[in-house]
Write a protein that binds this ligand. Structure first.
Ligand SMILES: NC(=O)c1ccc[n+]([C@@H]2O[C@H](COP(=O)([O-])OP(=O)(O)OC[C@H]3O[C@@H](n4cnc5c(N)ncnc54)[C@H](O)[C@@H]3O)[C@@H](O)[C@H]2O)c1
Length: 434
């Protein structure tokens, strides 16, 4: 069974099923199609299928042409999950958010595997790519797969291989980012290494599924904790009248033992604010409190309020209050040069300002219209940045430092600037670092 599947994967005749065609699933589908596999993308969201069929992208950094080329190579999208039986590989790229109590919400993974269960057959490999706590694959997927009568490691192969996308980073592509892979059994790992070895330059095997799951969490927790540290340092430096960005740049000249992380208005994106709490939750089962993670979360989630207080100070120095002021937030994507607004601290800042009576507006060349979100609702379109428009606001807040902004134009025309990203280094009376 295993050799047959490996032969199919090696010969390129295997059919690859990708479940969840979002930021992770779509580039992966395109990469499998690029090396010549027949790829079927499954998504419950019919608009993904419609976009793919018409060759139109729905993720900014993925061009139409990449989708059109993949479709020309045989990539198709469907909402018909019965077709999963025809796939030799089923790769799960569905969301893993937190619920309202900030605990892991595995419903997407569980719904997906339960939908796939009737379609599972001997000779398939199932891979989970969603970020999650150690134990998920073996505790949630394996028993469900085996409840169909198939045995993992003998009939069906089960692996975990976390995604390492960095949207907007032009230095890497899906194929050049090394990929971790762990298997439930050695046979599973053997299959996983062939599956990914065909599309990724370097696949890194680890000794267990849990190791693979934990590796992804370490990577993201490392970022969350270090960003928390520099955010705390920023507050201290500010009180001491020291520019934290100059400090970080100076420290980064040390050729060993220091990695620069930069402060900002808080954490954003689908990963760094969320994933660490998957480990926190699981660690409790072992009687362990993950104090670093909690502390970093506390520091980082206080940042939007810190920025709002800085805005208040700036307005106050001009004898104004937040209440009644017109405030323009520049950049509502969570990081520069992308269009992803998930968990974006700029939006939390807008919300806090509005609660305090400000009239808020935003400008983001990557987000022309304020998108529908679960927790926030603003009926706004991106403002055009002109000299007149900029000067009409009481305060302009740099929330995200997109390259597309004209920072000279902003500096010359804004009445007051609150800079959360260290864009302006030289001291200036009307610029407040936050
Ligand atoms: N975005 C990133 O940069 C990134 C990087 C590394 C890891 N991850 C992880 O990868 C996973 C997916 O993240 P994403 O950013 O691609 O999410 P996303 O929201 O962009 O895409 C998920 C897709 O899954 C679909 N979906 C939801 N339930 C489904 C179901 N039952 N069956 C089929 N499709 C379903 C959604 O419609 C959506 O198209 C998450 O666990 C995330 O933490 C994301």
């Amino acid at each position: 069974m295993k050799n047959e599947l490996i032969d199919k994967l090696n010969s390129g005749s295997a059919v690859i099923g990708i479940i969840g065609l979002g930021y992770v699933g779509l580039p992966l589908a395109i990469r499998f199609a690029e090396v010549g596999y027949k790829v079927i993308g499954f998504d419950i969201d019919a608009s993904k299928k419609a976009h793919i069929e018409s060759g139109k992208t729905y993720i900014k950094h993925i061009p139409d042409a990449a989708i059109q080329q993949a479709v020309a190579n045989g990539f198709e999208a469907t909402t018909d999950f019965s077709r999963a039986a025809t796939a030799d590989a089923l790769i799960l790229c569905v969301p893993t958010p937190l619920d309202n109590h900030r605990e892991p919400d595995l419903t997407f993974i569980i719904n997906t595997i339960e939908t796939l269960m009737p379609q599972l057959r001997k000779g398939q490999v199932v891979s989970l790519e969603s970020t999650t706590y150690p134990g998920t694959t073996e505790e949630e997927l394996k028993p469900r797969i085996e409840s169909t009568g198939l045995i993992v490691g003998k009939d069906v192969y089960l692996v975990y291989s976390p995604e390492r996308e960095d949207p907007g980073n032009l230095d890497f592509t899906t194929s050049t980012i090394p990929k971790i892979c762990g298997g439930v059994t050695e046979e599973c790992l053997d299959v996983g290494l062939v599956l990914y070895g065909r599309i990724i330059d370097q696949v890194v095997p680890v000794s267990s599924i849990k190791t693979a799951e934990m590796t992804k969490l370490l990577e993201n927790i490392h970022r969350a904790v270090n960003i928390g540290l520099v955010n705390e340092m920023k507050v201290v430096a500010d009180k001491m009248d020291i520019d934290i960005f100059e400090v970080i740049d100076a420290a980064a000249t040390k050729p060993f033992g220091f990695v620069p992380y930069y402060p900002g208005p808080g954490l954003g994106g689908h990963c760094i604010p969320i994933d660490p709490f998957y480990l926190t939750w699981k660690a409790r089962e072992y009687g362990i409190n993950t104090r670093f993670i909690e502390l970093a979360g506390e520091v980082n989630s206080n940042m939007p309020e810190y920025v709002v207080n800085k805005i208040s100070d700036g307005l106050n120095s001009q004898k104004k209050s937040i209440n009644g002021s017109r405030i323009l937030v520049l950049g509502i994507a969570y990081k520069k040069n992308v269009d992803d607004v998930r968990e974006s601290p700029s939006i939390e800042i807008m919300s806090q300002l509005q609660e305090q009576g400000a009239k808020v507006a935003y400008s983001d060349p990557h987000v022309p219209k304020f998108p529908g979100m679960r927790r926030y609702s603003f009926d706004l379109q991106s403002e055009e940045l002109t000299a007149d428009n900029l000067s009409s606001y009481d305060c302009v807040v740099i929330g995200t430092n997109h390259d597309a902004f004209d920072y000279e134009l902003i500096k010359h025309n804004a009445q007051l600037i609150v800079d959360t990203r260290g864009v302006y280094r030289d001291p200036d009376k009307k610029i407040i670092k936050a």
